[in-house]
Design a protein around this ligand. Structure first.
Ligand SMILES: C[S@@+](CC[C@H](N)C(=O)[O-])C[C@H]1O[C@@H](n2cnc3c(N)ncnc32)[C@H](O)[C@@H]1O
Length: 181
């Protein structure tokens, strides 16, 4: 988020067809819940297009990148690396230390798809479990980002949006923010 060290999310692995929706949702969740950037494997171009399209309509800033070098992205990260896994330390036990680290330097959050190789576990500063139960990369990422930002991400303002949802108890209202102001 603005005025804070960067938070990037790395989607580690993507099976075209089977993972399209999940990978897209990793990107949309990263964007909506305060990350600055998502990095997808280079075979996830379709998900990149979708997330960029949403950013174009609902605002940013938010970047989507593709890489053919997942391991190097982790290895060369200049900052803290958190890998979300059901086998990791409990998020409630380590969130304070991770928040402190993020005050000082950029944070890379790695989420898997199919089996994640052991070098990712070794390359991470923290392996973190959002519960130690199996669930999904989207759910794990959402809870982790909310813990990291302590709810501040819910107040985020969006720039250059064509559409803005007006919250209401019942019904749907979407406006062009330029016309509203
Ligand atoms: C289908 S799961 C694979 C489960 C895998 N055995 C693991 O290590 O968590 C895909 C991804 O969801 C995320 N995930 C699943 N359960 C999680 C949990 N309890 N805590 C944190 N992340 C989780 C991890 O990033 C994982 O790579």
């Amino acid at each position: 988020m603005q005025d804070e060290p960067e938070v990037a999310v790395l989607r580690y692995g993507h099976r075209p067809g089977r993972d399209d929706r999940m990978t897209t949702h990793v990107g949309l969740t990263a964007r909506a819940l305060g990350a600055d950037r998502v990095v997808f494997p280079d075979n996830a171009g379709q998900s990149q297009e979708t997330v960029e399209d949403i950013t174009g309509r609902f605002g940013g800033p938010f970047e989507v990148e593709l890489t053919d070098a997942l391991n190097a992205t982790i290895r060369n990260w200049e900052g803290t690396v958190v890998h979300l896994t059901m086998y990791g330390e409990r998020v409630q036990d380590v969130e304070g230390e991770i928040r402190e680290a993020h005050r000082e330097e950029p944070l890379l959050v790695v989420v898997g798809g199919e089996k994640v190789p052991f070098e990712v576990y070794e390359g991470a500063d923290w392996n973190v479990g959002v519960t130690n139960q199996p669930h999904s990369e989207v759910a794990g990422l959402a809870v982790f980002l909310d813990r990291l930002f302590d709810g501040r991400e819910l107040e985020r303002e969006w720039e250059d949006a064509d559409r803005q949802v007006i919250p209401m108890a019942t019904g749907k209202k979407v406006v062009d923010p330029d016309e509203e102001s």
